[in-house]
Design a binder for this molecule. Structure first.
Ligand code: NI
Length: 178
């Protein structure tokens, strides 16, 4: 296994619509998945999408550490292929997001608070997960990467966008959105 280089915002691999994953996974894609796990573990962060490591396929991995999400259990490291995200209602909320392709920065991004995620695992087995809070946020962020969307493109208000150190230093409460 190896730690992969992560594309930074501005690289065209992050722009396009990624192509679907087919099963059984080709050995190269299974290898990529193993490398993505190692890369995310090394880089830290909640998720990593294949286009971020120069592989424009509809595939991402994510996890939510215990205590970070709405419940204390968290989400173990999960592989999601060919995701489809459906909001369960219209409610959105602002929450902080960073991105390994935009190092050093974060923003408060509006996202649906409750979603249904359908997709396939690494074996091609279909699943349906209902997610809320931070897990729902991470999944929307990673699915966006498969459509060439980076989180700054979701911002309607840039007043909560900045460098990590400054945002931590001058913390302000986030407004409610409707
Ligand atoms: Ni990202």
């Amino acid at each position: 296994m190896s730690i992969l280089k992560i594309a930074r915002m501005g690289h065209p691999v992050l722009w396009g619509r990624a192509t679907p994953v087919e099963f059984p996974l080709k050995p190269a894609l299974a290898h990529l998945l193993a490398d993505m796990r190692e890369t995310l573990d090394d880089a830290g962060g909640a998720g990593l999408a294949a286009p971020q490591v120069f592989a424009p396929r509809r595939l991402f991995i994510y996890h939510v550490p215990p205590g970070r999400g709405d419940d204390d259990v968290g989400v173990p490291l999960t592989t999601v292929c060919n995701p489809v995200v459906t909001p369960l209602d219209e409610t959105q909320a602002l929450g902080w997001e960073g991105c390994l392709s935009i190092p050093g920065l974060r923003a408060a991004v509006p996202r649906y608070t409750r979603i249904r995620l359908t997709g396939q695992d690494a074996e091609g087995t279909p699943f349906v997960h209902e997610l809320s809070g931070f897990a729902a946020r991470v999944v929307q962020h990673e699915t966006d990467h498969l459509d060439g969307i980076m989180y700054p493109m979701r911002l309607r208000d840039f007043s909560h966008f900045g460098f990590n150190e400054e945002i931590e230093r001058f913390a302000r409460p986030l407004p409610e959105i409707s």
